[in-house]
Design a binder for this molecule. Structure first.
Ligand SMILES: NC(=O)c1ccc[n+]([C@@H]2O[C@H](COP(=O)([O-])OP(=O)(O)OC[C@H]3O[C@@H](n4cnc5c(N)ncnc54)[C@H](OP(=O)(O)O)[C@@H]3O)[C@@H](O)[C@H]2O)c1
Length: 321
């Protein structure tokens, strides 16, 4: 069930790190169920089927930092001509992580928006996952209160109704003021470190039923027990347990079934345009040789409201075909 995708540009031997990829399908693997048979003309083809030459993006555990990547059809999707490869590769992991949180862990419907007014707090609304969580929460019909710092303008562009700047030191008081009498039930913590989860949890009353705060990392601090803290991860869709370090993400068959509906829906949103805004991109020069520089910028907190993108073909020694 794998497609072979050339990440946007291609060349000689490559590495196997990296999750997000965009590029052109060069080969369809054995067992791909959505392969377009050669005899079916483009006119009658199912637009969800894959064939060599298709422009796609996708996410997987590894393999993106290479000229050729072998990706599962489940988490690979077509991208419209209106999106550049660089924009498209900001979408897969961040958006899917957000989607698993909003739809699977919090239980909102992919098809039917909510009918009653309701708020959600997205902590880290300017990060990659956070921006997509905001966008999906808006598609669901929620009022979004975002928490961000330097990336506050990006959080606003993503659709936050209100953005609270955590650097001002009045975060909880400001959110409570925005909530007014509303009893908060759901939070999405797209940071999940430096006590962001306990702060978000403190906004939820012990009398709130089915209270949940979605986390993107494992908890690192004691948290109030009247709230559930489901973790979101794209790894649960692949039908096998995934271990990273001491942490285990179990296979969740219902997540797999959801993914089969989600990626086609995403293709539709991207075709329609305007529903999903890709992260703002910053190209790091030097292709894969730029990765250490990317880490340096992140370590020194120079990256805010943007996604660093590496063009494989710019890697010294790699020849573009
Ligand atoms: N579970 C999974 O499967 C999964 C998948 C993807 C990512 N992740 C994890 O999710 C986390 C976020 O990933 P990402 O790619 O979205 O990161 P990112 O794009 O680098 O965004 C991180 C953002 O967090 C914001 N931030 C930092 N401290 C904050 C605070 N105290 N309050 C509010 N915002 C704060 C910063 O925003 P400002 O610049 O505005 O301050 C920063 O831009 C990472 O730890 C990543 O490893 C998990």
């Amino acid at each position: 069930m794998f497609l072979t995708v050339v990440p946007a540009h291609f060349g000689g031997p490559g590495l196997v790190q990296g999750s997000d990829v965009s590029g052109v399908v060069v080969k369809i693997g054995e067992g791909v169920t959505r392969a377009r048979p050669a005899r079916v003309s483009r006119l009658f083809a199912n637009r969800l089927q894959f064939k060599p030459g298709d422009r796609v993006a996708g996410t997987f555990r590894s393999g993106a930092f290479a000229e050729y990547a072998s990706y599962p059809e489940l988490s690979t999707f077509h991208i419209p001509g209106t999106l550049t490869f660089e924009e498209a590769c900001t979408i897969p992991l961040g958006l899917t992580t957000a989607a698993m949180g909003i739809y699977r862990r919090l239980g909102y419907s992919l098809d039917t928006p909510i009918s009653e007014p309701k708020s959600i707090v997205v902590w880290g609304a300017s990060g990659s996952v956070g921006q997509y969580a905001v966008q999906l929460a808006k598609l669901v019909g929620l009022r979004v209160i975002g928490v961000a710092g330097a990336g506050a303008p990006v959080a606003k562009i993503s659709g936050c109704d209100v953005v609270v700047d955590y650097r001002q030191g009045q975060t909880l008081a400001q959110i409570k003021q925005v909530l007014g009498d509303e009893q908060l039930q759901h939070g999405f913590d797209a940071v999940s470190e430096n006590h962001t989860t306990s702060q978000l949890a403190s906004l939820i009353s012990p009398s709130t039923k089915d209270a949940k705060v979605v986390m993107v990392l494992h908890p690192h601090e004691p948290l109030p027990t009247h709230i559930q803290y489901p973790q979101t991860s794209v790894f649960s869709i692949y039908g096998e347990e995934v271990r990273h370090g001491p942490n285990v993400v179990p296979a969740m068959p219902e997540d797999t079934e959801f993914a089969k509906r989600f990626f086609p829906a995403l293709e539709g949103w991207l075709r329609e345009g305007g529903k999903i805004i890709p992260n703002k991109i910053t190209i790091v020069e030097g292709g894969l040789e730029g990765v250490p520089e990317g880490f340096r910028r992140m370590r020194e907190k120079e990256v805010s409201g943007e996604k660093l993108v590496f063009r494989i073909a710019e890697t010294p020694g790699v020849e573009a075909h």
